[in-house]
Write a protein that binds this ligand. Structure first.
Ligand SMILES: Cc1ncc(COP(=O)(O)O)c(C=O)c1O
Length: 457
């Protein structure tokens, strides 16, 4: 069957016949078929009707080097000809897995000299949970098991990673969260800061970790996990006081600190890693997405020396791993992707040129009647939609204002995400200032249409 020759309607019919999509209501999909994306280049994707769409989300926050990189396709081809698969179980390895590990050690902060490979961010977070608990067991503190996460967190969709997520929609499956995972508030100043300044609120929010540790007993708490900037929870940008205080508290009570770098890693925030943007040094860093820019499924966990030393010296066999851990084709492509990020100086470009430009343009939205707050860091931007900006009054969630704005984006060939009522962009790091202007104009159009629809002026 040559799918390229099928009409969009036919593709949609086949799609809904046989394909149960992730994060999708199948009934809604039956009513209105899926948009079929058939090609891509740079920051644009094309659908099966030939419509050109500006992908302001870089897929799912992942296509950091942009679409259409022939060099990565060539690397995949060459590597699969040479060695399409071999594993790293039972004392074997492959050259691409070795080379990528060496590169990861080079680009991550000092003290990260070990990687454990996975296929995704969710698997990376499952690996984190097992690694943390193993670490404390090896140190003869098996009672240290509890992992503290946050409300609005997103850490993935496997049973353990979903347990770390901070929203009940992820826990509806019976029995989640799994035991020994608890959640505290997140540093969402605009929504929850009240009369406090951002810095005061950042400290208060971090100190809720200290209260929780004292309540549970430090001897039972294994680790704290957080995304440097919370992505899927609505692009929650922490006040500057937040992360240093979290680090202080973790050190004081002997709690491991995990920075989930699945979104923030590989240049997204204007540094190689989000923890560098916020000035803290974690013990473990789950990574994925920008590691290969989505050209191949691959993730991993970077492990700091102080943890690795215990795992290696006291360890023995770690009964954990995936058939495709360190997959040679995925590793070769990820290495090629990191070379592009380096050679094109994409991290510096975001820090010095396009990040500041995005910030400047996004600040213009502050005058829009529908906009309560804009937040940008590096190549991440959020626009918080509110009913009354003077009173910081949010829309009732039943009004689905964010979803309505998102629908206008779809109609106008823009991919922008609605997370609660925050409209979020996370485009490829290759986006130019001219393309940021183009994205700005489309976003403005969709905000205006949404304001008109809800009678906000
Ligand atoms: C911060 C964070 N961690 C983990 C994940 C899970 O990654 P994956 O979808 O590759 O399993 C995501 C996915 O969006 C994420 O945003």
């Amino acid at each position: 069957m040559n799918l390229a020759e099928k009409s969009t309607a036919e593709l949609q019919r086949l799609d809904s016949n046989h394909y149960l999509h992730p994060f999708t209501d199948p009934k809604a999909l039956l009513k209105k078929g899926a948009r079929v994306i058939s090609s891509a280049d740079g920051i644009y994707i094309w659908d099966s009707d030939g419509e050109k769409i500006l992908d302001a989300m870089a897929g799912l926050w992942c296509v950091n080097v942009g679409y259409g990189r022939e060099v990565l396709s060539r690397i995949a081809y060459e590597q699969s000809k040479e060695l399409p698969y071999y594993n790293s179980f039972f004392k074997t390895t492959t050259p691409p897995a070795i080379a990528l590990a060496e590169k990861l050690v080079e680009v991550t902060p000092d003290g990260f000299n070990q990687v454990f490979y996975t296929n995704s961010g969710s698997e990376a977070n499952d690996t984190v949970i097992r690694t943390v608990r193993r670490y404390w067991r090896l140190l003869e503190k098996p009672e240290k098991r509890i992992i503290i996460s946050r409300k609005r967190a997103y850490h993935g969709s496997t049973v353990a990673a979903a347990s770390l997520c901070g929203d009940s929609i992820y826990h509806e499956m019976d029995g989640l969260p799994i035991p020994d995972i608890v959640h505290i508030d997140c540093p969402y100043w605009y929504g929850e800061g009240g009369d406090l300044t951002p810095d005061e609120f950042g400290l208060k929010s971090a100190q809720s970790l200290e209260s929780k540790i004292k309540e549970l007993g430090p001897e039972k708490v294994a680790a704290f996990i957080g995304e440097p900037i919370q992505g899927a929870g609505g692009l929650i940008v922490p006040p500057d006081t937040y992360w240093p205080e979290i680090q202080r508290i973790c050190e004081k009570y002997g709690i491991l600190l995990i920075s989930d770098e699945v979104i923030c890693g590989f240049g997204r925030t204007g540094n190689w890693f989000g923890c560098e943007t916020y000035g803290f040094l974690p013990d473990l860093m789950p990574i994925a997405k920008g590691l290969s820019s989505g050209y191949m499924p691959i993730g991993g966990v970077m492990i700091h020396d102080r943890i690795a030393e215990v795992l290696i010296k006291k360890g023995g066999e770690f009964s954990h791993g995936y058939t495709y851990s360190g997959h040679p084709v995925a590793c070769a492509v990820a290495l090629g992707n990191l070379k592009i990020i380096e050679e094109e100086q994409l991290v510096e470009k975001v820090a010095k040129e396009t990040g500041p430009y995005l910030k400047k343009r996004w600040q213009e939205f502050e005058n829009h009647p529908l906009v309560g707050e804009v937040r940008t860091v590096g190549m991440l931007g959020a626009i918080e939609l509110v009913e009354d900006k003077d009173k910081r009054k949010f829309f009732d969630s039943s009004m689905k204002v964010g979803d309505t704005c998102r629908d206008f984006c779809v109609e106008n060939n823009l991919v922008m995400r609605a997370l609660h009522d925050a409209m979020v962009v996370s485009p490829p790091l290759t986006i130019t200032v001219e393309q940021i202007d183009e994205m700005f104009d489309l976003v403005k159009l969709c905000l205006d249409l949404t304001a008109d629809k809800f009678g906000i002026s």
